[in-house]
Design a protein around this ligand. Structure first.
Ligand code: SF4
Ligand code: SF4
Length: 438
């Protein structure tokens, strides 16, 4: 019978189906162009597209109501100035140093007129004209994409790809929040407490969801996919000036490593839970989705975008996220290094038995028996924790089987008869004759 707290089949998720239109990509391109524009002083007359540095004084009924006090303000000369953009309409054709005046008449203001210039007499001095240097601007834009030059179609394609990659992250995050909220809501329902869309304690929310994740890991035998951890670290390193130093930093700093592991494990859980949840696709426009998805509302515990992961891996918590307490599932016994055919023949006999592995690591040859410790409790705790043997006490969990099977570091490893036989046949030219003579 399924456990109502951990049965994820009945969770309902609205997965946003975000439509990325060409206009969305063009808008980002415009913003990047603005951001990377290289401006230079221009001595000639101003034209549309230039920026004017203007100093002005506004007087009303003979009283100064605004003054730039010699700190010029930038004004872009727009190709389609609104009816109230007096400056864009008057500046074209004027040069640095010129002055002009105009009056903004008082009209009945509506709320939507809040950006309309204040009424009064404007006295304007053009302190400078700035013009975009198109070549330098193009180079600066290309440099953003790590290139010296970039073709317009490549630029649009790369922007689209970057936007899609970001969308993917935000959609995953959105789905994750929905899932975790649903998990919490279920617990809250059972406990008669508040739902996550009401004000609840963050710590309570995180602890409760983390508990369910732990149960899910144990019930479904979820193992950390360490290759994903390595891929993330490589991707982070590849963006740095000195990739090797970043990789080394992650190797040396166990806390950093744990943080990436927590994020990967959480992603794995979300993917598995999603497979079992009922998922509905909801179409949504990019422009509507992005602000909602990136908004961090710290009072809503379901919105954890300002946090890293619900799972927090540390030396103290790691074993709770380890499915089946892997290091308590086997014993090893050091054995003499086999040299002769007879030695290997003996190992062939041993490895022919169930649950036996023979391996060689930095310390020499070992026989491993895969057998669960009788003290290991169903929930993963040690039944004799206070009096556990010395080898268990001294075992460090910084890098252990949680990150991947120990055999990844073995020089040689034989799980069964055929594997060891193949090795013997390669090592001893006359192996088959030897066997036949016995
Ligand atoms: S020490 Fe490592 S392998 Fe052992 S239970 Fe903890 S996390 Fe799992
Ligand atoms: S004694 Fe405890 S810590 Fe040691 S192997 Fe058994 S269950 Fe694990």
């Amino acid at each position: 019978m399924s456990n109502p707290d951990t049965d994820h089949v009945n969770i309902h998720i609205n997965k946003p189906d975000v439509r990325l239109a060409d206009d969305d990509v063009s808008r980002v391109l415009d913003a990047l162009r603005k951001q990377t524009a290289a401006w230079e002083q221009h001595k000639g007359p101003a034209r549309i597209g230039d920026k004017a540095l203007i100093e002005y004084t506004i007087t009303s009924n003979g009283r100064v109501i605004a003054d730039t006090f010699g700190n010029p303000a930038e004004h872009e000369l727009l190709s389609n100035p609104g009816p109230d953009d007096f400056l864009s309409a008057k500046l074209p054709g004027l040069r640095c140093g010129e002055r002009f005046e105009f009056t903004v008449r008082r009209t009945k203001r509506r709320e939507s007129d809040s950006r309309r210039p204040a009424p009064g007499k404007y006295s304007v001095h053009i302190a400078g004209i700035m013009r975009r240097n198109e070549q330098k601007s193009r180079q600066a834009l290309a440099a953003l994409f790590g290139r010296k030059t970039i073709r317009p179609d490549t630029l649009l394609r790369e922007i689209r790809e970057t936007m899609l990659a970001r969308l993917d992250i935000l959609i995953r995050r959105d789905v994750k929040h929905q899932l975790f909220n649903a998990l919490y809501a279920r617990i809250a329902d059972n406990a008669g407490s508040q739902h996550p869309d009401k004000t609840v304690d963050h710590a309570q929310y995180r602890a409760s969801v983390a508990d369910q994740i732990r149960d899910f890991i144990q019930e479904n035998d979820v193992n950390l996919d360490y290759s994903r951890v390595e891929n993330i670290i490589s991707a982070l390193a590849s963006r740095a000036e000195d990739p090797e130093s970043i990789e080394k930093k992650y190797q040396d700093d166990i806390e950093l490593q744990f943080r990436v592991e927590a994020a990967v494990l959480e992603d794995q859980i979300v993917e598995l839970m999603l497979d079992r949840a009922s998922v509905e696709s909801t179409p949504v426009q990019y422009q509507a989705f992005i602000p909602a998805a990136t908004n961090s509302t710290p009072h809503n515990p379901g919105n954890e975008s300002h946090r890293s992961s619900i799972i927090e891996i540390s030396s103290a918590t790691k074993c709770g996220y380890c499915s089946n307490s892997k290091c308590c599932q086997y014993i090893t016994q050091k054995i003499s290094a086999p040299r002769s055919k007879s030695d290997f023949s003996f190992l062939l006999w041993q490895v022919s038995h169930e649950n036996i592995t023979i391996f060689k690591d930095d310390d020499g040859w070992n026989l491993m028996v895969r057998t669960r410790c009788t003290h290991l409790q169903p929930e993963g705790q040690c039944g004799i924790y206070e009096s556990r043997p010395e080898i268990c006490r001294s075992y460090k969990n910084d890098y252990c089987e949680f990150e991947g099977p120990a055999e990844e570091g073995y020089e040689l490893c034989f799980h069964d008869y055929p594997e060891l036989l193949e090795y013997c046949q390669k090592r001893f030219k006359r192996w088959n004759e030897y066997l036949a003579s016995q």
